[in-house]
Design a protein around this ligand. Structure first.
Ligand code: SF4
Ligand code: SF4
Length: 355
């Protein structure tokens, strides 16, 4: 942490208004019974008392985006000769994501190791990532489905955030985490934090960590899941009630798979990228009709194995799950990824081996 300020609850809209000058600011708001991230404007009432139902993944990785426009033109002297013109359409507006939880910001660190590396750089992702700052709220009211403390994180983890807010009497302690975040603290709505506010924030962080369900270390799952790779009886059991809806992937802050389609009309068109889901039968369906993951058991094995075994193996440690618990809370048939991992690790499960 670099410097600390204090934001009174009554000054929240003033700070949000200042942040929104020349940028889009995305805040969690209630919409049709769910809490989702939407642009802040006059009268917007942010919901800061609970985790949003969907993470702010769209801020950097939109569910649908145009990658390029293309057009063909024919040579009037030689109709068999066609010229192709391609225009890339990177769209990276200056953005602040306000009020996400530490797991939401940390989710993008999972993306970074895939889309913005020394050898591979996805310009659409990388430019939006560079133009987006995360003002994160320390999570002092974890839900029963939260398990960030079992996957190498905590409810007050600042990894991936630019600014961290911690609830204190009458407002929040506001701490810059990155140089870019430090610039956001230069605002009249923020006052210098008193020593008392800093002490309260320290106590609040300790209380948030203590409020979490007991931690269990998920790191050994990497080897245990490999041992289960060919045990299709195990995967049949744990996937029995899955209906392959894909909600777990769409709501996951760390799922980053996509598909690409070309939409063409006459001599012009556009290339579109949309989220994809490995829980769908079509995800690995080959043109020949062969499908290397023909059953939902194969597909769930891939989803769990990728997050807890293959990704940590490729990237030397980090688990590709931030423990947000959304896939547990919002799965329509209550498939519980914690239970599957714990079963693979031969740890006791809350549902007596019936995830
Ligand atoms: S949300 Fe649940 S039912 Fe839907 S695909 Fe995921 S595990 Fe299966
Ligand atoms: S796998 Fe589930 S708990 Fe883990 S980050 Fe994704 S939605 Fe959250």
């Amino acid at each position: 942490m670099m410097s600390a300020k204090y934001l009174a609850q009554g000054d929240l809209s003033a700070w949000l208004g200042a942040l929104a000058q020349g940028r889009r600011v995305l805040v969690p708001v209630r919409e049709n019974g769910a809490v989702v991230f939407r642009p802040y404007g006059p009268g917007t009432k942010p919901v800061l008392t609970r985790q949003a139902d969907s993470p702010p993944k769209e801020s950097v990785f939109p569910s649908t985006e145009r990658l390029m426009e293309f057009s063909y033109s024919k040579d009037a002297e030689n109709l068999g000769k066609v010229a192709l013109d391609i225009k890339e359409t990177v769209n990276a507006p200056a953005t602040v994501v306000f009020g996400g939880r530490p797991c939401d910001a940390r989710g993008f660190t999972v993306f970074d190791r895939v889309y913005d590396t020394k050898t591979i750089r996805d310009p659409y992702y990388a430019e939006r990532r560079a133009s987006t700052l995360f003002v994160t709220l320390a999570c002092d009211t974890p839900e029963t489905t939260c398990f960030c403390n079992s996957v190498g994180s905590s409810p007050v983890d600042a990894d991936g955030s630019d600014v961290l807010l911690t609830p204190v009497d009458g407002g929040w302690l506001v701490e810059a985490v990155s140089e870019r975040g430090k610039a956001l603290l230069d605002a009249p709505a923020l006052k210098d934090a008193t020593a008392a506010a800093q002490d309260q924030a320290k106590a609040a962080k300790e209380a948030a960590e203590a409020a979490m369900p007991p931690a269990w270390d998920a790191a050994p799952a990497a080897a245990k899941l490999l041992e289960k790779f060919d045990d299709m009886g195990f995967w049949d059991d744990v996937s029995a009630k899955c209906i392959s809806c894909g909600a777990c992937t769409y709501l996951c802050p760390t799922c980053y798979c996509f598909t690409v389609t070309d939409e063409r009309s006459g001599m012009k068109g556009e290339r579109i990228r949309t989220w994809d889901t490995c829980m769908s039968f079509q995800f690995t369906l080959e043109a020949s009709g062969h499908n290397p993951r023909p059953t939902k058991a194969h597909r769930l094995k891939n989803r769990v194995g990728h997050k807890f075994s293959y990704y940590p193996d490729i990237h030397k440690g980090p688990i590709a799950c931030c423990g947000c618990g959304r896939c547990i809370k919002l799965c329509p048939v209550s498939v519980d990824i914690r239970e599957i991992v714990r079963l693979a690790m031969e740890l006791p499960t809350a549902t007596a081996g019936k995830p």
